[in-house]
Design a protein around this ligand. Structure first.
Ligand code: 5AD
Ligand code: SF4
Length: 441
């Protein structure tokens, strides 16, 4: 009988896509994906290492699984993803863990799991620079989804000094453009309406074969042409590599969403240098100006964190002033968490006290809430194309969806459902959502 496998995903969208790849690999080797933990024979946690609290969550979850294993003697528990790569030895010491696999080792998972029947614990954390999971079409747990993720690059070569990813996901590599188009077409056939192309730095996508050389602006055009009725998104862009060519391409194609996630991390040149980000505040603002000039009404979002080594009040003020200048529609905001093994952990002192980090983070969030509200108020009276994602949490009579700019819109409508595209005029807003009414395009 097939073993039932249940997977829990933590961290980024790349992990969401990887979990589907893992289920696809396991399904061909006599494992059956299930959607609840209750009757699973195998539980897999796909983990994140980006900040310490992401790892703490997993240790807590493992304590819960230890209890579950007492009641279900044959249950196997595995850890995959970035934390598996970073801290395999410590994880294998935990009584609940049976197997561990890093991000390049997922093809070996069926063997690793089966071997736990004979051996006590198994693991594979080898890097494989060739591994792009080519030829594996991701397994979809539900046939109701409308939005999918496709990794186009894996790994990272940037070595931002604070970041664990180059150590957990290895060097950057790009998938073949033919595989990517095949996967996008497959999503379209399954009824998907939107695809997000994923990579740590999508702008450095590059694939060469005997026919042609393909960079990111070319790839995104190929995808947009291949599925003209699907919305195309992409993340993450590194500011140092976002080209005029890409910005012009987004402006030119109706089905490439007018939204760019462009993590700035800090507004201070001194801190950006210590972070090894390889751009300045001035370079970043120039890119933002180019985007604003070329793509009217482009959604802009960012990742920003405070409390990095060397960030005094003056440097932090520069982050706040950059946020005011750009006026992001939304931002993911964090406080710095030292990651063992990174350049910052080795060479820089974690010199901002925790209470100062917390206080700065709160100021940053307060400012962004104001800016988001201002940006949303600006939308009142305007009409947006909205892809319906489902019923709103509060009421079954209300639907919600997203604009191209990636803002959530709630509205009332009958006879429509998930996957439909409608036009909505904005009538009311908060800092987090827009409300509106359906209009004719
Ligand atoms: N501490 C805090 N935030 C971090 N990020 C990455 N590494 C760290 C760290 N050590 C943030 C960055 C990145 C996002 C995914 O997480 O803002 O863009
Ligand atoms: Fe977390 Fe980064 Fe790994 Fe994604 S790539 S799981 S965000 S550490």
């Amino acid at each position: 009988m097939d073993k039932k496998v249940y997977i829990e995903t933590y961290g980024c969208q790349m992990n969401v896509a990887d979990s589907e790849t893992v289920l696809s690999i396991l399904k061909t080797k006599e494992f059956e994906p299930v959607v609840t933990i209750d009757n699973a024979d195998v539980v897999i946690l796909n983990t994140c290492s980006v900040r310490d609290n992401a790892e703490q969550k997993i240790w807590n979850r493992l304590d819960f699984l230890k209890g579950l294993k007492r009641r279900k003697k044959n249950l196997k528990v595995g850890i995959i993803g970035c934390m598996a790569q970073r801290t395999a030895d410590k994880l294998l010491e935990h009584i609940a863990v049976d197997f561990v696999a890093g991000p390049d080792a997922y093809r070996s998972l069926p063997d690793l799991i089966n071997e736990t029947d004979i051996e006590l614990k198994t693991h594979n954390t080898e890097f494989d620079i060739e591994e792009t999971y080519s030829g594996i079409v991701q397994y979809k747990q539900s046939d109701k989804e409308i939005s999918g993720f496709i990794p186009i690059t894996r790994g990272c070569n940037n070595f931002c000094s604070y970041c664990i990813v180059p150590y957990t996901r290895g060097r950057e590599r790009s998938s073949s453009y033919t595989d990517i188009i095949h996967e996008v077409k497959d999503l379209e056939e399954k009824g998907y309406k939107e695809v997000t192309l994923l990579g740590q730095n999508v702008n450095s996508y590059f694939y060469e074969d005997e026919y042609r050389k393909v960079d990111f602006p070319t790839l995104i055009q190929m995808v947009a042409d291949a599925v003209p009725n699907m919305r195309i998104r992409f993340t993450t862009s590194h500011p140092k590599d976002i080209s005029d060519d890409l910005i012009d391409t987004i402006a030119k194609y109706k089905n490439i969403c007018n939204h760019i996630h462009l993590p700035v991390q800090s507004g201070s040149n001194k801190v950006l240098k210590l972070m090894n980000r390889k751009y300045t505040r001035e370079w970043y603002l120039d890119r933002i100006n180019k985007i604003k000039e070329t793509i009217p009404n482009c959604g802009l979002s960012s990742d920003i964190f405070c409390g990095f080594s060397g960030e005094g009040e003056e440097e932090f003020q520069e982050t706040l002033s950059l946020m005011q200048e750009v006026e992001y529609d939304s931002a993911f905001m964090f406080k710095y968490s030292v990651r063992p093994g990174t350049a910052a952990a080795k060479k820089l002192e974690d010199d901002v006290p925790e209470e100062v980090k917390v206080e700065r983070l709160n100021r940053m969030i307060a400012l962004q809430n104001e800016t988001s509200l201002k940006s949303n108020k600006n939308d009142i009276g305007k009409t947006f194309e909205v892809l319906i994602e489902g019923f709103s949490k509060r009421s079954k009579e209300q639907l919600f969806g997203r604009t191209q700019q990636n803002k959530v819109v709630v509205f009332t409508a009958e006879g429509l459902s998930r996957g439909d595209i409608v036009f909505v005029e904005i009538t009311e807003v908060s800092s987090a959502t827009l409300k509106g009414k359906i209009v004719k395009p």
